[in-house]
Design a protein. Sequence first.
Length: 210
Amino acid sequence: MKLILLGAPGAGKGTQAEIISEKYGIPAVSTGNILREAVKNQTRLGLEAKSYMDAGALVPDDVIISIIKERFKEPDCAGGFILDGMPRTVVQAEKLDEMGVEIDKALDIEVSDEDIIKRLSGRRVCSVCGSSYHVLYRPPAEEGVCDKCGGELIIRRDDQIETILDRLETYHRQTEPLKDYYEKRGKLVIVEGQEELADTTRLMLAAVEA
């Protein structure tokens, strides 16, 4: 089973990828996680990608493709995978086709821009231990203070309004055309993102099994 998850930043792709991965025993391949690890370790790839990621821009196609090629060589990908965060452009999708990667389904999680902004701008992260909160969906016991360690809760750069709007603009301009790309190939399945995680998961699993 070879799946691609599409959707705007904050639509819940990463969470659904983990759930599908656990249920079907195939790896969730997140280019975002791979890139963040490279940045953390200050590898050549990480340093190259950091300037783009800090600006909320897309990392160049050649960098992403090289990451994916290496990842696909690992044994756990032999029985399939879930791609989260790639392809992000039609060019990347064409590169996947050129690599001979036959995608079974492209699952698109549809969430309105208004809901995306509400989801992302409400996120808070502990500056000490990294625990995550949300002002609406998972508030701390005391505003601005981590329940676990008492550290200060901060807004990540990615979750600031200006960056969210930039990321959404980039998504609509460069990534959303993938819906048309996969629809023409009979691969696109649209899943309406729900307020409750469990409801979205139910629809996602039904789409995978359809």
